[in-house]
Write a protein that binds this ligand. Sequence first.
Ligand SMILES: NC(=O)C1=CN([C@@H]2O[C@H](COP(=O)(O)OP(=O)(O)OC[C@H]3O[C@@H](n4cnc5c(N)ncnc54)[C@H](O)[C@@H]3O)[C@@H](O)[C@H]2O)[C@H](O)CC1
Ligand SMILES: [K+]
Length: 508
Amino acid sequence: MSGPLEMLVTPQEMGRIDHAAAASGIDSYALMRAAGTAVAARLLARFPHVERVAVLCGPGNNGGDGYVAARACAQAGVPVVVHSLGDPAKLEGDARHAFDDAGMQPQALADYHPQGGDVVVDALFGAGLSRAIEGEAADCIDRIGEAATPVVAIDLPSGVGGDSGAVLGTALQAVETVTFFARKPGHLLMPGRDLCGTLSVVDIGIPARYASLADSRVVENTPALWQHVFPHAQAAGHKFARGHLGVFSGPMSATGAARLSAEAGLTAGAGLVTVASSGQALAVNAAHLTAVMVKRVDTLEDVRDFASDNRMKAFVLGPGFGVGAKVRDYALALRENALVLDADGITAFAEERPALAEAFSAGDTRLVVTPHAGEFARLFPDFVPEEGRSKLDAARLAAAAINAIVVFKGSDTVIAAPDGRAAINTNAPPWLATAGAGDVLSGITGGLLSQSMPAFEAAAAAVWLHGEAARHAGPGMTADDLPQALARVQRDGLFADRRFDGSAGRTS
Ligand SMILES: NC(=O)C1=CN([C@@H]2O[C@H](COP(=O)(O)OP(=O)(O)OC[C@H]3O[C@@H](n4cnc5c(N)ncnc54)[C@H](O)[C@@H]3O)[C@@H](O)[C@H]2O)[C@H](O)CC1
Ligand SMILES: [K+]
C-alpha cells in the first residue's frame, strides 16, 4: 500500500473524518453496512466451517457494525447468536438502524458461554473505548480467553486503546481484526499489535481525500518514508565521499560494544570507520579490528581534535563506555557533529538533560538518542508512557524537549523527530532482543548519518534495516551475525524487493 493511507489515524481523527464524510452527504449507515459486511466476509473466509457465530454487541457504533455482521452471517446460512451489553432498546442512530434491520433478539452478554465450534465477533468496543473495561464485559472477555474461542474483532479488539495499543482494564485476543479506512496507532503499538492477530484494512467508501483531516506525520516505518534519501553507494564513489564515522570505545574490559557498532557502521556504507580508544584499550581494539581503524583518544582535547577533522561526518558514543562525567564531556564536545548517543551516554545525562538539550538546540537536528524503556525513563522521567500518554506521544514529547531524534526501542520501536514526524516500526523479530543488538543499531545509524542522510530518515532506515537483517539472520542469531546479515539484505535485493516505487514518495 502506498499513498496517504499508509499514515496512521488516531480514533479522534477517525471521528472527525466520519463526521466530515457524513456532513458532505455520504450515507453513514451505508458505511456501517460496508463495515459489518466486510467483517462477515473475512470471518467466513477464515472459518468456512464455523459451527456458530456469536456476535457480542456493545452500546455504540461498534455494536452497530456487529448487528450488520450478524445479519450477513445469518444470510450466509450460518447459525448466529447475538449477545448485547446493555439494553439494545437504548441504541441510537446508525446502530439503532442496524439493530432494527438485523431483526434478531439479543441475549444478555452475561449469558454468553463459549461452545466448541464458536467463532466470536467482537463488536463490544472500538474507537469509542474511553475507560477500563470492568464488570459484565470483563467477565465475558475472561470466559472467551479461557475457552480460547477464536475472535474476529471489529475495528479493534475490545479493550485495546486505538491511539496507544495499551490495554484498558482487560482485552480480547483476536485472531483477525478488521479495521476501516486506515490503521490506528494502537494496531501497531504493543501489546495492541499482538492482540489484533491478522489485521486487514477495508475501504468502506470514505473517500481517501478525507485523510487530510488527520496528522499525516505519523506513519508506519517503511522504505517509503526514507528511500528517497537513502545513500545508494555509487560505483565510482570515493570512500571519503561516503563519510567517516567515529565510534568511541569503552575501557579495556568493555570494548566489544564499540567494535560491534563500528562494524555495523561500515556495513551500512560509511566510507571509513575509526574506533576511538583510550591508550589503555588500544591494543585490545587493534587486535580485533581489520577494516575498521583505531585511533588513540585519551583526553577531551583529543576528542576536539578528532571532531574538528572535517572528514569526520558522524560519531557513536555510549555503548560500553561507562557512565560518568567523561561521557557527558565527550558528548558536549561533539555538539557540532552528527551524534548517536546510546546506552551509558543516555544514562549519564539523566540528571543533566538541560545541558544536552542546550548543546544540540540550534541548527539542524543532528543528535540521535536510542533509549530502551529503562534508559528512556532515566532521561525522560517526565514523559514515560502511562495512561493517557502512548509510547508514540512519549517519543514525540522527548524529541521536542531535546531537539533530537528519539529512537524509543522495543518490539514496537518509535522514531520521533522534534517537528512531530514519527514512525512506528513493525519488522523486528522477537529474536532481535539479544545482547549487543542495540550497539549494532547505533552503528547502522551512525553509518547512514556519516553519508549525510538526514537524521530522522537515517534513524528510521537504520531501525528498519536492523529488523530486516535480524529476520534474514533467523532465530538463534547473535548480534555478531547482524553486520553480515545486513550486508546480505542490501546485496541480495531483499531491500530492493521491498523498495517502493520512487514516485510513491514520502507520505509526509
Ligand atoms: N470509521 C468509520 O468510518 C466507521 C466506524 N464505525 C464503527 O464505529 C465505531 C466507533 O463507534 P462509537 O460509537 O464512537 O464507539 P464504540 O462503539 O467503540 O463505543 C462507544 C460506547 O461505549 C461506551 N464505553 C466506552 N468505554 C466503555 C467501557 N470501558 N465500559 C463500558 N462502556 C464503555 C461509550 O460510553 C459509548 O456508549 C468504530 O470503532 C467502528 O467500528 C461505523 O460503523 C462505520 C463507519
Ligand atoms: K471491537
